[in-house]
Design a protein around this ligand. Sequence first.
Ligand SMILES: C[S@@+](CC[C@H](N)C(=O)[O-])C[C@H]1O[C@@H](n2cnc3c(N)ncnc32)[C@H](O)[C@@H]1O
Length: 250
Amino acid sequence: MSNENHFGFRAVDPREKQGLVNEVFSSVANRYDLMNDLMSGGLHRVWKDILVATVNPPKGGRPFAHLDLAGGTGDVAFRVAKAGGPDTKITVADINAEMLAVGRERAEKLGHDDNIEFVEGNAEKLPFADKSYDCATIAFGIRNVPQIDLALKEAYRVLKFGGRFLCLEFSSVDVPGLDRLYDLYSFNVIPQVGRAVTGDAESYRYLVESIRKFPKPTVFAEMIRKAGFGRVSYEKLTGGVVALHSGWKL
Ligand SMILES: C[S@@+](CC[C@H](N)C(=O)[O-])C[C@H]1O[C@@H](n2cnc3c(N)ncnc32)[C@H](O)[C@@H]1O
């Protein structure tokens, strides 16, 4: 099961989905980081910190090639750079030029011009050689990719043997009471905040709907296995609001 034929709750031709997704992120790119803080009350920072603590890049002089897929404005990349050593090199790949432009600007300000590169590319068909990365992450990106199976296979292809794939994504809340509260907040508050901050409620309605259409953690774990990964596991964070999936190229 995948959400490739849905744009949020709306059934669309899978070929149409990417264009619609791109419009969303082009529209919100300049306010994307601010909106993340407002929507999650800063929690996205905690989730990304947990992701990067799991990546655990080497501190010493060992080279470490990291790929952050659908990396947008560079949030995960900056954390990996901070956690890693001098030989940690990070590639941010994203399909959206506007999101990448914000990322490049931030990288320049933070002095990351030499250890982080920003590359425009589709996660379904990556412009990278086989076996080039030690770790590949994707944070809040996979549900936007029309053909998830292809993106997982590509992540597998570009990883070295012994490399790890980590995916942080919104999931399904399964704590009684919290689920209703979460629904109320998501469908009512988020699009309104989106309208106030970016002037675009529709994009944020899409984001909420796409979260609900995303496969359950067990189903997604199976998709990761199918792409070739071994020792697949996941952990739920914040009552299942988010799940962190892991798989190894063995
Ligand atoms: C919700 S943002 C996440 C950005 C960043 N990872 C973060 O956590 O802040 C989703 C990103 O997925 C990107 N995206 C959507 N479809 C993609 C695709 N097929 N290939 C690569 N990136 C894609 C969007 O352009 C957007 O930057």
